[in-house]
Design a protein around this ligand. Structure first.
Ligand SMILES: O=C(O)CCC(=O)C(=O)O
Length: 186
C-alpha cells in the first residue's frame, strides 16, 4: 500500500473537482438489501473497455474522457502501472458513503493494483480483515484521504481486507473519488 498526499496541487485538484462534477453523467442507482430497495448513498459512473457488473448494476463499456485519461496518466507516472478503467464516485456530503467490500471481483490479467484518487472534502477510509476471526483480533484502521491524494493497494490489501468509506456527521462538501483499475474481458 502506498499513499501520495500531494499527487495533485490544490489548484489542479480544485479544477478537476469542478470539471468532474460537471462533465461526468452521474447516475443514481439503488440496491436491494433484506428485501428493501434503497438508493445508493452516492452517485457513480464507470469507464473502461469492458462492461462491469458492480453492486447489482451492469455498466456498459465507456471511453474515458480526456480529463480522466490525463488523471490516469498522472497516476501511471506515480506508480509505473497502467490503468484502463475507472469507477467514479461522487459523495455529495457527509451523509453519502460506501459500505464494506473488497475490490477483487473482476479479471485483472495479473495487474491487480487499484489506485484511488480523491478530490474535494477529506474523508476517512477504513480497512478491516475480511475474515471474521482476524477482524476480532486486529480490528480496523483508517486513513484520511485528502484533497489531491492517491492511495494504491494490491496483493492482500485488495482481496483479504475489506474497505469502506463511512458516513460522517461533520458538515462537509462534495468529494469525488476515482478508483483506477486494469480490467480484462471475461
Ligand atoms: O471513495 C472512496 O475512497 C472509496 C471507493 C471504493 O472503495 C471503491 O471504489 O471501491
Amino acid at each position: 500500500m502506498a499513499f501520495y498526499p500531494n499527487a495533485f496541487s490544490a489548484a489542479e485538484s480544485a479544477e478537476h473537482l469542478a470539471g468532474l462534477l460537471e462533465e461526468i453523467p452521474w447516475e443514481q442507482h439503488s440496491f436491494t438489501i433484506f428485501g428493501r430497495t434503497v438508493p445508493m448513498p452516492r452517485r457513480i459512473q464507470m469507464y473502461g473497455p469492458h462492461g462491469y457488473s458492480y453492486s447489482g448494476v451492469q455498466h456498459p463499456p465507456r471511453v474515458m474522457s480526456p480529463r480522466l485519461q490525463a488523471i490516469a496518466d498522472r497516476v501511471k507516472g506515480l506508480t509505473g502501472r497502467r490503468f484502463n478503467s475507472v469507477l467514479a464516485n461522487w459523495y455529495r456530503d457527509g451523509a453519502d458513503s460506501m459500505g464494506w467490500h473488497t475490490d477483487d471481483d473482476y479479471p485483472h490479467g495479473g495487474q491487480p493494483m487499484v489506485a484511488s484518487v480523491s478530490f474535494g472534502a477529506d474523508r476517512r477510509f477504513r480497512f478491516r480483515p475480511r475474515d471474521a476471526q482476524q477482524r476480532q483480533a486486529l480490528g480496523s484502521f483508517g486513513i484520511l484521504l485528502t484533497n489531491g491524494s492517491v492511495l494504491t493497494f494490491e496483493g492482500p490489501a485488495r482481496a483479504q481486507w475489506q474497505h469502506a468509506l463511512p458516513r460522517t456527521r461533520k458538515v462537509i462538501g462534495s468529494r469525488v473519488n476515482l478508483t483506477f483499475r486494469f480490467m480484462c474481458g471475461p
